[in-house]
Design a protein around this ligand. Structure first.
Ligand SMILES: [Zn+2]
Ligand SMILES: [Zn+2]
Length: 665
């Protein structure tokens, strides 16, 4: 018996090995070995590899000695895994080894002795959670697909605070009780940590729960591998990585906050974990449950056109829906406002909360270059030397780039006209400045900040969340991080400082993601209280605000899908972004035109119905001294886009060329 393997270290050529010790175990050694992770001897060391083919005998003579590998060293993990990553690699135009390498760290690990044995099937005592009739109905429909495994894509549209988690918990318990593994995916690591704690506290203690993400310790990874290879029931929580694991006994995938664009990875290949999970659920014939208070346009389209089962939860578990008030930050009301960025409405509402000892969340999505420093004398703007973005001012006179981390101190004079720094003006607003403003307006209030700067320090973020939950803070100021899934019962006011900040981003889904974010943050208000308020401050009134009441969300879908259909955007048509990157702007510019030309020629020759748009210079076209140009393919069929791109000879290009199907950001 022989095997052909591909090394995970990036070595392209397949290697051939003879399998020893299989004579008396030949029955267990069939085609299912293909896709297995193995360690093979190479010179004087051992290297992890994946089996790509199996041969009973060699049909040809070889001129070299074929090394032997022992059957004992082969770890048969998941016989459907190979097919899954093969499909994924074709979809993303990426070498399949890329996916195997993401979890390479596991392959060489020895099993550990001191791990929990996990629950045996049938052992789990269900802690009784009483579901409402609506929750019960959804639970019953979904659990059927776990017991009688079938591809069952379902979308739960449950308003904020409607108790989707209660349904998830029951489904997870069912999956574990039947001896299977379940994936529970969330769009951010901080959320994964939060759900890990929540599920540990609320599910029976004999259920194994392991998180797998960038912050997972090596001990936890060992334990996870032990459970997977031993096919023990467990719940795996994470963001992107869990879906790439070989799990033979996978029985359920849950994707919470399914609308979140964070499911698409930031680095190339920009894998959309939700899409990958859907492919996997289909191949493995298992249920996949998507849940959100603001379902993605794509998933709602899936309900209409791809047979997803649709469930709704329209009632809040406790509390009522907040009142929404729009406050214009226009010039005419400038003089009457307590501060340029704080309207009278928001000010009084905050004061009321303080008087009644209730809590407030103040949301400001200051991503990118919304806060910059300019010289009044000569209009000079401080920009990053590595990126095409302006620098953001932080409290300590430090100007930093949010893309590459480059920072400098604010100089005493303007670098361009040499006038003193008293002429520098600060435009826009950031969360740090907002905290200062609020502290001046409300000197006695206890105010804390939660954004990227602080969430990078996970400990301090968790500490802040805890303090706020325990009622030790009056106001929490934050960016999109606070919109995601957190449950703060004491909050009766949400202030949105600058609602139309990101509305005009040049992406086809900009309105969708802006609205989802605003509804999610508004939904933090009134989880336990009947009367709560959301104050939405905006520079100009926008038609999108009529959908801010989450009960109107499906009306937004109707409007949005008509528009996407008319303009030919996903999910009505397929969209692919192709990015070229190079350190010389001339090269990337020239080659982007060349690529468009080449794609056109091939499309014409093979009569491929595709629209080729671009090349265009993105808003942020230079990051870390690398220049980018983007072009787009629009078509009815993704397979045609994939084939078209596949026929380009990428070796002819000096630029790196990246392919992203259905880009989200
Ligand atoms: Zn930079
Ligand atoms: Zn100047």
């Amino acid at each position: 018996m022989y095997i052909t393997v591909r090394l995970l270290n990036g070595f392209q050529k397949p290697l051939l090995y003879k399998l020893s010790g299989v004579d008396n175990r030949i029955n267990g050694c069939d085609q299912r070995l293909v896709g297995s992770m193995v360690t093979v001897p190479l010179q004087k060391r051992f290297e992890p590899a994946i089996v790509i083919a199996l041969h009973e005998r060699l049909g040809y003579a070889v001129s070299f000695t074929v090394k032997e590998v022992s059957f004992d060293e082969i770890k048969q993990i998941d016989d459907r895994y190979f097919r899954f990553i093969h499909v994924l690699s074709q979809y993303y135009h990426t070498d399949m080894i890329h996916f195997a390498r993401r979890i390479q760290q596991f392959v060489t690990q020895k099993p550990v002795n001191s791990v929990a044995t996990g629950v045996q099937p049938g052992n789990t005592k269900t802690k009784s959670t009483k579901l409402t009739p609506d929750q019960q109905r959804i639970y019953i429909a979904c659990t059927r697909a776990i017991t009688h495994p079938a591809f069952f894509p379902a979308l739960i549209h449950g308003v904020t605070g409607s108790g989707k988690t209660e349904i998830y918990k029951k489904l997870l318990i069912d999956c574990i009780t039947q001896g299977k593994a379940a994936l529970f995916l969330v769009p951010e690591v901080t959320l994964a940590l939060q759900f890990e704690r929540l599920l540990r506290a609320q599910l029976p203690s004999d259920i194994a729960i392991i998180s797998f993400h960038s912050a997972t310790s090596s001990q936890e990874k060992k334990q996870l591998w032990h459970f997977i290879t031993g096919r023990k029931p467990l719940i795996i929580i994470g963001v992107h990585l869990p879906v790439l694991l070989p799990i033979a006994h996978l029985g359920l995938i849950i994707i919470d906050e399914e609308h979140d664009t964070g499911y698409q990875e930031k680095k190339h290949p920009k894998i959309n974990t939700k899409e990958a999970a859907l492919m996997r659920a289909q191949q493995y014939g298992i249920p996949i449950i998507l849940g959100s208070a603001t379902p993605s346009v794509t998933s709602l389209y899936g309900v209409k056109h791809k047979g997803y089962t649709f469930f709704t939860l329209t009632q809040r578990f406790a509390g009522g829906f907040p009142t929404i008030r729009i406050a214009l930050l226009g010039d005419e009301s400038k003089k009457k406002r307590p501060h340029f960025w704080i309207s009278q409405e928001l000010y009084s509402a905050l004061q009321d909360r303080l008087d009644n000892k209730e809590q407030s969340i103040i949301f400001l999505n200051r991503r990118g270059h919304s806060f910059f420093v300019q010289c009044k004398k000569c209009a000079f703007i401080f920009e990053c030397k590595n990126c095409s973005v302006s620098l953001t001012l932080h409290n300590d006179d430090k100007l930093s780039c949010h893309y590459c981390g480059h920072s400098r101190t604010e100089p005493p004079v303007c670098p361009a006209c040499k006038e003193p720094k008293k002429y520098f003006i600060k435009k826009g607003i950031g969360t740090q400045q907002l905290v200062n403003i609020l502290q001046k307006l409300f000197p006695d209030a206890r105010i804390a900040r939660a954004d990227m700067d602080t969430t990078l320090k996970k400990k301090s973020w968790q500490e802040t969340v805890k303090q706020f939950s325990d009622g030790e803070l009056d106001m929490l100021v934050g960016t999109q991080t606070i919109t995601k899934g957190y449950h703060f019962p004491g909050v009766t006011l949400v202030g949105i400082v600058w609602a139309d900040l990101n509305m005009h981003m040049p992406m086809y889904n900009a309105q969708e993601s802006t609205l989802q974010q605003l509804i999610q943050v508004a939904g933090r208000a009134g989880r336990q209280s009947a009367s709560s308020l959301v104050v939405v401050q905006t520079m100009s009134k926008h038609s999108l605000f009529q959908y801010l009441d989450e009960c109107n969300y499906l009306q937004f879908y109707a409007k949005e899908i008509a528009q996407r259909n008319a303009l030919g955007y996903p999910p009505c048509k397929r969209l692919v972004s192709i990015e070229l990157k190079h350190t010389y702007e001339n090269t990337v510019e020239r080659e982007s035109y060349l690529l468009v030309q080449q794609l056109r020629t091939i499309a014409n020759r093979h009569s491929i119905q595709v629209q080729i748009l671009g090349p265009a210079k993105p808003v942020v076209h230079k990051v870390k001294n690398t220049y980018t140009r983007t072009l787009y393919l629009k078509s009815k069929r993704m397979d045609e886009c994939i084939a078209l791109f596949g026929s380009i000879n990428k070796k002819k290009y000096h630029s790196s060329v990246f392919f992203t199907p259905n880009p989200l950001n």
